[in-house]
Ligand binder design. Structure first.
Ligand code: MN
Length: 207
């Protein structure tokens, strides 16, 4: 079955005023849909690969035939990254959204970064410096939390790392509201982070 656009798990306006409804509508309905359309087109003549989940596909990019590897890397990455991203955010004012982290991830952040403010600062500074389009990520490697960035739609999954938290710093994610001020978007974004989802993803890593 072809890959399909998952519905946004909240209204377009649910992240206002931090992320505007128009950005969310274009980002989800147009950008994410385009990655899915292009992924399906790339897989059209590869029924064996079309049966795999998108995360399996980009975790095993080396097994994807060379003639479609670039398309799967970019568009499969785009599909996987955005599917995680929508769920990693939640309606402003909801339980577990914004504010300080909760649960096991809160303890891990304190253990590995000192405190939440220090973590946030490092995440924002690292991600602000990603040259051009890409993502900032929180992953777990060797039992420790680590912050890294990837270019374009590259996924940590391709490097054997499960994304616990990720923020999209393509201009399409923030330009309508923040224009060139990526650091302002990065700062505002913490107000919509869904710590329940971050803890769910952290549990996958911790087992
Ligand atoms: Mn995006």
């Amino acid at each position: 079955m072809p890959h399909e656009l998952p519905p946004l798990p909240y209204d377009y306006a649910a992240l206002e005023p931090f992320i505007d409804a128009e950005t969310m509508k274009i980002h989800h309905d147009k950008h994410h849909q385009a990655y899915i359309n292009n992924l399906n087109a790339a897989l059209a003549n590869h029924p064996d690969l079309a049966a795999k989940s998108v995360d399996d596909l980009i975790s095993g990019l080396a097994d994807v035939p060379e003639e479609i590897r670039g398309a799967v890397r970019n568009n499969g990455g785009g599909h996987s990254n955005h599917t995680a991203f929508w769920n990693l955010m939640g309606p402003v004012g909801s339980d577990g959204v914004g504010g300080a982290p909760t649960g096991a991830i809160a303890a891990a952040i304190t253990a590995d970064f000192g405190d939440f403010e220090a973590f946030k600062k490092t995440f924002n500074e690292t991600t602000a410096k990603q040259f051009g389009s890409g993502w900032g990520w929180l992953v777990c490697s060797g039992g420790k939390l680590k912050i890294l960035t990837t270019a374009n739609q590259d996924s940590p999954l391709t490097h054997g790392l499960y994304p616990i938290l990720g923020n999209d710093v393509w201009e399409h994610a923030y330009y309508l509201k923040y224009q060139n001020a990526r650091p302002k978007y990065l700062e505002a974004w913490w107000s919509v982070v869904n710590w329940h989802e971050v803890n769910k993803r952290y549990a996958v890593v911790k087992g």
